[in-house]
Write a protein that binds this ligand. Sequence first.
Ligand code: ACO
Length: 426
Amino acid sequence: MKAKIEFDGKFYEFPVTKGSEDEYAIDISTLRAQTGGLITLDRGFKNTGSCESAITFLNGEEGILRYRGYSIEDLAENASFLEVAYLLIFGELPSESELNKFYDDIKAESNVDEEMHKILDGFPKSAHPMGVVSSLTNALIAFNPSSVNVESKEDMYNAIIKLLAKFPVLCAWALRKRTGQPLDYGDDSLGYVENVLKMMFKKANQNYEVDPVIASALNKLLILHADHEQNCSTSTVRVVGSSHAGLFASISAGISALWGPLHGGANQAVIEMLEGIKEDGGDTKKYMQKAKDKEDPFRLMGFGHRVYKNFDPRARIIKKSADDVLGNLGVEDPILDIAKGLEKEALEDDYFVKRKLYPNVDFYSGIIYRALGIPTEMFTVMFALGRLPGWIAQWREMRLGKEPIGRPRQVYTGEKLRSYKPMDQR
Ligand code: ACO
């Protein structure tokens, strides 16, 4: 199959690639060479496939999300986060012994160098945890200086294990710093998710019993966030990694990309928005109007998605989970009602219907995090914790696939050549 482009009276042919779910893409890699300089322009990469990937399948029109062929609904219902991490990174669900070895290896690497405390101490208590976690992840390089030899299976595996082991410790430290708690080193006798909870919440003078309702809710949330193909932060990880920067540096860059309120930072922004609406008397209609007013910068946070033009399947699962978790924990949160009210109005509103704006993963996730006792400014860190295996899987795929350095082109719109003007002539 071929696609033809006509430019300046001449036709050029390009091969068409077909994915395993019958998605087609015009391979324009020879466009510039064939035409003597023509490039494509695609602001925000809305129509650009940056790679071929076998990790995650997403169909935004139909609201489908699958990791390595398994539906997100199936995995969220049945799997553990660690199994999903293994699946994403290595391509298959682990056998019992593979999973045990995977977790044993992670536990063996979960120590974070004491010197890292000094770096953490350097941050003010008010620092946003995303900035802290991104910086600490980068700082890990100093304590694990050898770059990953991607030709060596063992080297690759060890780098991945180290990150999966140390990253939750850093996330928990960021929270403990913020809440003034002494640092905690976790408990190897617990599962991965249970240990995260204990590292985050154990008070120095008290025992911490993991509540199975909370652990199961967090397990589900982490799975739902674990990968989402070539989104902003994942593309960042792949592009940074494509320069052969190390794994930790690539992930640190991805964390920064995730932080923005148009991406992962939306989960914090949603709760702040819902709180604001509550404090303003709970008038959802007023905020619907604001969201539709092009003169008003307000957007309905947690609504809309670059790829989903249908329900985000993760939002469906999370909405149900929010009801279950709050019910099981006996938490009543008035902002859940405000969220449901906004959703109902938006789904019946012409503006939102026409633009195919549906709730995304962030619309209800913050309500669950809040019920679990996680402070608002930690929400995006929780997202990063969930996304870590996806970033690692994508980085690994990119490096093993020997992808070239990511380097887009541009259409230059600036000044043509001009001469330097001395200061007194400007
Ligand atoms: N509230 C009001 N209007 C919206 C919203 C919203 N949340 N989202 C999109 N629109 C409108 C835009 O104003 C635009 O209208 P127009 O066609 O009249 O100009 C139209 O819908 C298309 O929106 P774009 O911004 O062009 O869509 P894009 O694909 O570039 O952006 C994005 C997607 C960034 C997610 C956007 O919908 C948004 O800002 N949502 C709110 C933030 C959010 O929830 N982000 C989390 C996304 S999920 C994730 O990253 C984990």
